[in-house]
Design a protein around this ligand. Structure first.
Ligand code: PEP
Length: 278
């Protein structure tokens, strides 16, 4: 019932040229799969060469989230393909004297998704769940689909407070939001992000089950069943299968491994094979 999603958070990596090279490689898989005949497509993605890249993988929503400055160029490159585009953040005001910020309206014409409440934003830019709440409302108002990140810090995890922290982040981030249409949640334990120490498949499955249970209490069973919930935190081609086999996990938000075309393609393929048919 829920289409799996693999989303790549490129964070503050890649120049515009590097972003274009990476998305071309992901799309066609040419470099990731050297056995595939190379087709020269100087103007952009070669839609006839679909053998091995993301374009060949069905039944999974494939989302890439490059830096703001590359969104417009990447959008041109993926036009007509099945790769979908997201931003990594946004401000909640529509426009005005907010030097350096990017508004929901600006993004709405460029991309479909927006990551909100990522733990790096909470940690380095003092984003609270109240700010995230305003951002989600503003995103939904212009038709952007938020990917809301929640997750506990190591000390909370070790103190057995995971469920308490995640439940609070969820209820505060979603306060006053009537419909969850278009919303995806990503469970990202802070201690697993960029550390190479992923949650075990069992841990991730249990906490995601708890998140769905919390959504059921905040909304209704039907609403909760419709929300896609991803796992994020050191997902690689090596641990993806185990995670994707878990019934509560609807896909992954991938950071470091999304900067390597072969890794991202492999993670997406595994998600498609394990989850995509149902
Ligand atoms: C992320 O940034 O959302 C993330 C999960 O990063 P990584 O995969 O590198 O842990």
């Amino acid at each position: 019932m829920r289409t799996p999603m693999i989303a790549g958070n490129w964070k503050m990596n890649t120049t515009v040229d590097e972003a274009l090279a990476l998305v071309r490689e992901m799309h066609s898989g040419i470099h990731a799969a050297p056995h595939v005949d190379k087709v020269v497509c100087p103007a952009g993605i070669c839609l006839s060469d679909l053998e091995a890249g993301l374009e060949a993988i069905a039944n999974v929503d494939k989302v890439i989230c490059p830096p703001f400055v590359s969104l417009a160029s990447v959008k041109e490159i993926i036009k007509g393909s099945s790769i979908r585009l997201g931003a990594q953040n946004m401000y909640y005001e529509e426009k005005g004297a907010y030097t350096g910020e990017i508004s929901p309206l600006m993004l709405a014409s460029l991309c479909e998704f927006v990551i909100l409440g990522h733990s790096e934003r909470r940690q380095y830019f003092n984003e609270t769940s109240e700010i995230v709440n305003k951002k989600i409302k503003a995103a939904l108002a212009v038709g952007l689909k938020p990917i809301l990140c929640v997750g506990e810090r190591l000390e909370d995890n070790e103190a057995g407070r995971t469920e308490e922290v995640v439940a609070e982040q969820l209820s505060r981030s979603l306060a006053g939001i009537g419909s969850l249409e278009g919303l995806t949640v990503a469970y990202e334990p802070v201690w697993a992000i960029g550390t190479g120490r992923a949650a075990t498949a069992k841990q991730a499955n249990e906490t995601i089950g708890f998140i769905r249970h919390s959504l059921r209490r905040l909304y209704t069973g039907v609403v909760a069943e419709g929300v896609r919930i991803l796992y994020g935190g050191s997902v690689t081609a090596d641990n993806a299968a185990e995670l994707m086999k878990q019934p509560e996990i609807d896909g992954a938000l991938v950071g470091g491994a999304s900067l390597k075309a072969d890794q991202f393609i492999s993670i997406t393929k595994q998600a498609s094979e394990i989850k995509g048919s149902g």
